[in-house]
Design a protein around this ligand. Structure first.
Ligand code: NAD
Length: 252
């Protein structure tokens, strides 16, 4: 039997202490990678994952954390830019500071981490970047204009960076999850007037009638990050229960 596909490779996952990021880090590790999780709160990251504290909205902290990850892992082959925060409201609802705060994490965070990791990725023979984008980049969702704007930027950034780095042998792709059952959605439901009704509405919005799982998104990220996907760059892969592509009749 051949060795798992990530054997001998190293990966950095931002937002790797929870939800999609943690599921991705564990999956990459199970397939042979050495993995560092950069997170605001990395304390609960289980072994063999390496937890490193970093706020992706702080350039100095990101540079130090990426440097530490590269030293401890022995290089960086795969970067998963997954850290992100949510925002609600219409275009009238949020002040400029809130727009800046969410862009600082969801967009500029990717810029900072990628910039810091690039010298290491250029040394790799299997370099790949996967960004966690969202269905919100490709579908108009109500009350999500700020969040959607950041994810639209992530989609454009992914394609443009893929073009810039293709001759360096670095592939750049993103995943577009639909609503995924992570602690993030748990917090959203906790704040709803009627959490059960809200969960039912979110389920109903997905053609499959259920939320996406973190493991399903992790599997898509691992696919894009894998050396087996060597011809895939500049793509966005929907993991959304059919939400972006299907037009089905409501369940009776
Ligand atoms: P989550 O809240 O479970 O995990 C996010 C992680 O990111 C947390 O560990 C958090 O500490 C970390 N983080 C937040 N801000 C950070 C910062 N400034 N610096 C470093 N780390 C930071 O959320 P999740 O649902 O797993 O979301 C992960 C990604 O998936 C996000 O980019 C999100 O936009 C995207 N996404 C989520 C869904 C969903 O429905 N859950 C759908 C589409 C896209």
């Amino acid at each position: 039997m051949s060795a798992p596909e990530f054997t001998g490779l190293t990966a950095v996952v931002t937002g790797g202490a929870s939800g999609i990021g943690l599921a991705t880090a564990l999956l990459l590790a199970s397939r042979g990678a050495r993995v560092a999780c950069l997170d605001l709160v990395p304390d609960g990251v289980p072994e063999p994952l390496i937890g490193i504290r970093a706020d992706v909205s702080d350039d100095v902290a990101v540079r130090a954390a990426v440097e530490e990850a590269a030293q401890r892992l022995g290089g960086i082959d795969v970067l998963v830019n997954n850290a992100g925060i949510g925002a609600q409201g219409t275009i009238e609802d949020n002040p400029d500071d809130e727009w800046r705060r969410v862009f600082e994490v969801n967009v500029f965070g990717i810029v900072r981490t990628t910039r810091a990791a690039l010298p290491y990725l250029r040394e790799s023979r299997h370099a790949a970047i996967v960004n966690t984008c969202s269905i919100a980049a490709t579908a108009g969702l109500p009350d999500r204009v700020l969040y959607s704007s950041t994810k639209g930027a992530v989609l454009a950034l992914t394609r443009a960076t893929a073009a810039d780095l293709v001759r360096d042998g670095i592939r750049v792709n993103c995943v577009n999850p639909g609503t995924a059952d992570t602690p993030w959605i748990g917090r959203l439901l906790d704040r709803a007037d009627d959490p059960e009704a809200e969960r039912a509405a979110l389920n109903a919005r997905q053609p499959m009638g259920r939320l996406v799982t973190a493991d399903e998104v992790a599997a898509a990220i691992a696919y894009l990050a894998s050396p087996l996907s060597g011809s895939t760059t500049g793509t966005d892969l929907a993991v959304d229960g059919g939400m972006s592509g299907l037009r089905v009749r409501p369940r009776s």
